[in-house]
Write a protein that binds this ligand. Sequence first.
Ligand SMILES: Nc1ncnc2c1ncn2[C@@H]1O[C@H](COP(=O)(O)OP(=O)(O)OP(=O)(O)O)[C@@H](O)[C@H]1O
Ligand SMILES: [Mg+2]
Length: 265
Amino acid sequence: MDNLIEVNDLHYSYGTRKVLKGINLTIPRGKIVGIMGASGSGKSTLLRHFSGQLRPTRGSVKFMGKVIHDLSIDELYKTRLQMGMMFQVSGLFTDLSVYDNLAFPLREHTNLPEELIHDLVLMKLHAVGLRNARKLMPSELSGGMERRVALARATIADPALIIYDEPFAGLDPISLNTIANLIRKLNDALDVTSVVVTYDLAESLKIVDYIYFIHDGIVVAKGDVGEMINSQDPFVWQFIHARPDGPIAFQYPGPPYPDDLNVKP
Ligand SMILES: Nc1ncnc2c1ncn2[C@@H]1O[C@H](COP(=O)(O)OP(=O)(O)OP(=O)(O)O)[C@@H](O)[C@H]1O
Ligand SMILES: [Mg+2]
C-alpha cells in the first residue's frame, strides 16, 4: 500500500455550516505533504478527520487501508498511537518538565521500563537539540524551544504519521527555519510520513514534496513544488505571491457589508 492516507469525497458540516464539500486527496508513504489554504478554509477540520475526532457527513478517510470512522473505540485509540500530532498551540503540560512531557505518552500507553523511557526521551530531545534542556519547565522555554519540544513529543511513540498544524505560527525567521529543517530531517530519519498544514508558503515550499490547496471546501490545486511555483492557477498565484486581491476573500462569508449597516451608504 503506497498511500498512508486516502481521503475520498469528504464532506463535513458544523451544524448547517458546510465546511468540507468533497475533498479528495492521498498522502503517500514517506513523503511530506503540505496542505494550504486561507484561514477558515477547513484545514484543521480536515486534520480532525485523520485522527477520528470528527466523523464525515459523507465520504471517507482511510488510514493504512482502514476507514477511520468504522473503527471501534479500542481500534481508534490504537490507531491514534501511530499518529504524532503537533498543533497550532504547543499543548505541553505546563506543570511537567520537558523530560516528563515526553515521557508522559510512553508511561500512559506502554509498559516500557523507566530506564528505556529515559533513553527514548533523551534520544528524541537530542534530535531537536534540547537534550540538555530536559529539566526546564515549559514556562522557561522560548517559543521556538517550546515548538521543538512539542515536535520531539510528537515523535516519541515512533508514529507512522506526524501531523503538524501550523508549526511555524509566531516564530522568528531563524526558529522557523530550524523547525522546518527538523520536520524534513525527522521525516527522513524516522522513516515516517508527514502532513504539514500551513499558510507559510515560502517556508513549506523548501521542505514539502507535494502540495494540496484547499478553498471553499474542495481541493482547487495540487502538485509538486515546481508545478506550484510555475502555476498559472489564480488561487495558487494569489497564495504564492501573497496578494490581497484574488479569488481568496478576506471576509468571512455573509451578506454584503452595506446590508449590515443601519445608515445605508
Ligand atoms: N467547532 C466548530 N464549530 C463550528 N464551526 C467551526 C468549528 N471549528 C471550525 N469551524 C468553522 O469551520 C471553518 C473552518 O475552520 P478550520 O479551523 O478548519 O479552518 P482552518 O483552515 O484551519 O483556518 P486557520 O488557518 O485559521 O487555522 C471556519 O469557518 C470555522 O468558523
Ligand atoms: Mg487551523
